[in-house]
Design a protein around this ligand. Sequence first.
Ligand code: NI
Length: 170
Amino acid sequence: MAKLEILEFPDPRLREPGKTIEQVDDKLRALIDDMFETMYAADGCGLAATQVNIQKRLFIMDFSSDQEEPLVFINPEITPLTEEPSEFGEGCLSVPGFYENLNRPNRIKVKALNRDGEEFEAEFEGLPAVCIQHENDHLDGRLFVDYLSKFKRDRIRKKLEKNQRLAAGR
Ligand code: NI
């Protein structure tokens, strides 16, 4: 297994939409294992392939406190089941250090393939439903900062660009 580099906003590669996955094979499962290692090391609860510069429709999650409930969503299709919004503070490993309250539908249905390539359907409510919508947005090149005002988004972008320059020693 290997830890992967997580792209950070405003990296343009985060804007590229993911392609449908045609084959769930050992190569894909190796990527999934690397993504879990990367997510756990970064203390995150969700990670999309887009964030590690792989333009494929795949994301992973784990809401448990001790890394015991790994969830894999391949080619996910999401249907909102309610218009009732749910407000949560959202953060993102690609937007480190920033948390903002957003509203998203509170209940959703997801159809996807698991790591064995088997189709499953499940309903989620509250925080997991919000996280799934957040991760699915990554597969369309969308970030949670896109839902904020331009003023707030620009402020976050400038701070992150500054941090990135400092980290690169420029
Ligand atoms: Ni994210």
